[in-house]
Design a protein around this ligand. Sequence first.
Ligand SMILES: [Zn+2]
Length: 187
Amino acid sequence: MHCPFCQHVDTRVIDSRVSEDGATIRRRRECEACGERFSTLETIELKLPMIIKGDGRREQFDARKLRLSLDRALHKRPVSEEQVEATVRAVVHQLRMTAERELPSRYLAQLAADPAATAFWEVATPSYRKLAVSWVVTAKQEKTRDARMAQLVDDCAAGRMISSQRYGVEPKWVQRAAAAAEAARLG
Ligand SMILES: [Zn+2]
C-alpha cells in the first residue's frame, strides 16, 4: 500500500488487530521511506441480495433495520438482546447463502426463528436451497407463497426435503441435515 504522506510505493505492517466481532481488521503501517505511521481498516465486503418488501418494493438488506423491527416486535416478550442478535446474525448468514435468489425478509426471519429448521437449512446443499426458495417465491399468490414458506420451515424442522423432492433415493446430505435439526431441537 502507498504511503499517504510521501507516496512511497511500499509500507510495512507493524501491527494487526481483529475487531471483537471478527468483521474488521485494523492494521498499523509504517512507511519505509519517511517513517510516518498510519492505520488501515479492512472490512469484509458482503454481497447481499435485494429484499422484496411486503408491498413489492425492493431495497437493500439492512441489518440495523431488521434489528429495530425485531426489537419493536418483541419488546413485550421475554426475548433477550442476545437472542435478537443471534437472529440477526442467522438472517445475514442465510442471506449470504441464498444470495442467488431473493427471499422476502420476513420469510428469512421465519426460518431464523426456528433453530431446528435453521440447522437443517444450513446443512442443505446450495442446489436444494435454491430449489426450495424458488418453489416458495414463484407461487403466484401471496397466500400460497406464505403457505409454502410455512411448509418449508416445517419440513426443514422435521428433517426432510419438500414433498416434491421426496422420491427415489434420498441424497446423503439429508441425513446429516436431519441430524443437525434434531440436535438443534434438543438444544
Ligand atoms: Zn512515506
